[in-house]
Write a protein that binds this ligand. Structure first.
Ligand code: SF4
Length: 333
């Protein structure tokens, strides 16, 4: 471990210099406002930078402060989140905003970590970037970069590896904690990339990275084998009657909990609602499950009372539908 500390210590300066000269301009960079940093970090969880950019700007325009977010209804918040996925993030943001509106944004790691939906990584990122506190933010990207730098063969899916690298980082954190935190993320995003070959010839660590010097970049990080995703077949019914469309709310638990959706059933419970006007297939991939969907646009025989019937305009304005149903939303007009 002593060796790893030394390697990492030597790596700090070149990384900060590289970051200063090469980082991407992203809408959430350059702010010290913990609210804005928090929103960006939550949005960036399991979501690509490119996908987040537009949402981030629109969300902050709608809810420029924690107070504004706290005063919004859950439906409004979910609507602003529509299409970003992992909707529990939006619900937690909303819950946390109510606490922040009351007590102010927490100023230390424990306080930030105690907010709903904030884990060690996010709390570390917020505290580093907003307050320059030496709080490591260690996720899969940072672990990939660090295990390559130190040629460390421990499994990065193990919590003990995460803890060990957090500890290691704490020992080398420079006073520019925010820059350092972001520079590790940036190196993982644009140099030491997760898919495909790392860009070693352009990397600021090319002369000190133990994996690269040994020509063994592909050996790291070591990960557990992934389980195959479960495949679920879903039949989706876009019911139309007199310019209105049927929606229902999902159960409060499980995948896409509590969100609006088109009526749907599993294979064994096919339903018959009226004349089929059109049909198409679509696929949606969640973290652990794949939905293979067969969708039907149907001229409904009646306003089935178990559903909420809304116009396309109302759906657009007020009801957040998960992107899993995107392909079928095209029928709503
Ligand atoms: S030298 Fe290559 S493997 Fe090492 S940190 Fe840089 S990009 Fe990653």
């Amino acid at each position: 471990m002593q060796n790893a500390i030394q390697v990492l210590k030597n790596a700090v300066e070149p990384l900060l210099k590289w970051y200063g000269e090469n980082h991407r301009e992203l809408p959430w960079r350059g702010t010290r406002d913990p609210y804005k940093i928090w929103v960006s970090e939550i949005m960036l969880q399991q979501t690509r930078v490119e996908a987040v950019k537009g949402y981030y700007a629109a969300f902050l325009e709608k809810f420029p402060t924690a107070e504004a977010l706290a005063n919004a209804s859950e439906e409004e918040v979910l609507k602003a989140w529509e299409g970003l996925g992992y909707y529990s993030r939006a619900r937690n943001l909303h819950r946390a905003a109510k606490l922040i509106a009351e007590k102010g944004f927490p100023r230390d790691f424990e306080g930030v970590r105690s907010l709903p939906g904030v884990g060690d990584y996010t709390a570390g990122a917020i505290c580093s970037i907003a307050y320059d506190l030496p709080c490591p933010a260690v996720d899969g990207n940072v672990l990939r970069v660090l295990t390559r730098l130190t040629a460390d063969g421990r499994n990065i899916d193990e919590m003990s590896t995460r803890i060990a690298f957090s500890q290691l980082l704490r020992e080398v954190y420079p006073k520019e904690a925010g820059e350092f935190c972001q520079s590790l993320m940036e190196l993982g995003a644009i140099m030491c990339v997760p898919n495909g070959e790392p860009m070693c010839p352009l990397c600021p660590w090319q002369n000190m990275c133990l994996a690269h010097l040994a020509g063994e970049e592909e050996k790291f990080p070591v990960r557990s084998e992934k389980k195959a995703r479960k495949i679920e077949r879903i039949f989706v019914y876009v019911l139309k009657k007199e310019g209105k469309f049927a929606l229902r709310k999902r159960e409060k638990r499980g995948l896409l909990a509590g969100l609006w959706e088109f009526p749907n059933t599993s294979e064994k419970e096919r339903a018959n609602y009226g004349q089929v006007l059109s049909e198409k297939t679509a696929k949606h991939i969640f973290t652990h499950v794949e939905w293979h969907m067969m969708g039907y646009l149907i001229e409904a025989e009646e306003f089935f009372p178990q559903f909420l019937w809304v116009t396309p305009e109302e759906m657009k304005q007020s009801y957040a539908l998960p992107s899993a149903f995107k392909a079928f939303k095209e029928w709503v007009k």
